[in-house]
Design a protein around this ligand. Structure first.
Ligand SMILES: Cc1cc2nc3c(=O)[nH]c(=O)nc-3n(C[C@H](O)[C@H](O)[C@H](O)COP(=O)(O)OP(=O)(O)OC[C@H]3O[C@@H](n4cnc5c(N)ncnc54)[C@H](O)[C@@H]3O)c2cc1C
Length: 358
């Protein structure tokens, strides 16, 4: 249930292993948080806890293989580059933060380099000339999420994933089967995976609702000259994701506004200003569009993945908050292992649904 990046990755993986899969979403596919996502793959920046870092590294390590399989099944190319991230410090406090982060990476023996102003000018001539220091993490990268979704849908179709456009209202498990109540009638199946992102708590079950809350993020898409930036550039007020065709994504806001998916002028202005502060040449870039999405957040900022402890055949794959694109390959493989063979993959204990009584 839910045809965002998580639901589709799980559906594809299960179908590729021989399951008969239907994917249900009232809005088609990729219209939730996934549509707004910047697609950055950066566990060493976003891994705010040991657990999240562990899952992020595991998923990043699966990315090459996952996308190669998808692209081969879909017969499509997608935008995916592992050109690294360059975090920028614009003042002395930010320099100290980068140095502390570099120390942590050094202790963990992670490849990185702390670079000077002159190195930044050489690596990224588009970045502000008053940048004080930079932290380069070469194994990071990004995937173009629109091309990822197109590829997932095409690869899923080749593997027999059937999309169903309707709303799931309730799920009930009885006598080894699961009944899904949709707006258009009931469907019975062996297993369901609740992957409705921020809306997961709205699906009625015999247990408590999934404790996932929406956190709005807004992002601006610009068009600059191709090659204006070489890699993901990360500042304290925004990040920049340069695609090969000259697209630059500037993200993102973090807002507690409930289920409001609207874009605001204020956020667009502020993101553009932050982007131009980080890379002044973006003043010349043209505005393409702004997007907003609701990140599915949990209180511990870890996803909820695994079996329901009370309903046989019901599984969760939700609550991926800021890292759903990064965590998609790992989520897909552990859920497919669990549902199809009962195997509990490494890391699953960190994200158990029963920590929230589910
Ligand atoms: C601005 C922004 C930038 C981001 N940048 C990054 C990034 O750089 N890297 C990264 O890894 N992550 C990033 N994220 C986070 C990432 O986008 C999310 O973690 C991810 O998209 C979550 O995917 P999902 O499939 O769980 O949810 P969603 O994409 O929200 O999909 C949930 C789906 O469930 C459907 N649904 C709702 N109710 C029902 C129902 N009752 N029945 C059936 N279906 C239902 C919805 O229509 C929707 O399509 C970003 C998010 C935002 C907003």
């Amino acid at each position: 249930m839910g045809a965002g990046v998580i639901g589709y990755a799980v559906a594809y993986e299960m179908a590729a292993r021989g399951a008969h899969v239907r994917i249900v979403d009232p809005r088609g596919h990729g219209e939730g948080a996934t549509r707004a996502s910047a697609g950055i793959l950066a566990p060493y920046i976003e891994g705010h806890s040991d657990a999240l870092l562990q899952l992020g590294i595991a998923s990043l390590n699966q990315y090459d293989n996952f996308l190669a399989r998808l692209a081969a099944d879909a017969r499509l190319d997608l935008e995916y580059r592992r050109t690294g991230t360059l975090q920028i410090a614009l003042d002395q406090d930010e320099v100290r933060e980068l140095e502390a982060q570099a120390g942590r990476l050094a202790r963990a023996q992670v490849d990185h380099s702390l670079v000077s102003t002159s190195d930044i000018a050489r690596l990224e001539p588009g970045v502000a000339s008053d940048a004080r220091a930079g932290l380069l993490v070469p194994q990071h990268g990004y995937v173009g999420v629109s091309s990822l979704m197109t590829t997932l849908v095409a690869a899923g179709a080749r593997r027999g994933v059937t999309p169903v456009v309707t709303n799931v209202e309730a799920v009930a498990a009885t006598a080894g089967r699961v009944t899904v109540t949709t707006t258009d009638g009931d469907v019975t199946c062996d297993a369901v995976i609740i992957a409705a992102g921020s809306w997961s708590g709205g699906i009625a079950t015999a247990g408590p609702p999934a404790p996932v809350r929406p956190v709005r993020g807004q992002l601006v898409q610009l068009h600059a000259s191709p090659g204006a930036l070489q890699r993901v550039v990360w500042g304290s007020a925004c990040y920049l994701v340069p695609w090969t065709n000259g697209t630059v994504l500037v993200g993102a806001t973090v807002e507690d506004v409930g289920f409001n998916e609207r874009v605001t002028q204020k956020a667009v202005r502020s993101l553009r200003a932050s982007g131009e502060r980080l890379a002044p040449k973006l003043r010349m870039a043209t505005f393409v569009e702004a997007r907003a999405g609701l990140r599915p957040a949990t209180v511990d900022e870890l996803p909820i993945i695994g079996p329901s402890s009370t309903m046989r055949g019901v599984f969760y794959a939700t609550g991926h908050y800021r890292n759903g694109v990064l965590l998609a390959p790992w989520t897909a493989s552990v859920v497919a292992d669990l549902v199809l063979t009962g195997t509990r993959g490494e890391g699953l204990d960190l994200v158990r649904p029963d920590r929230f009584g589910l």
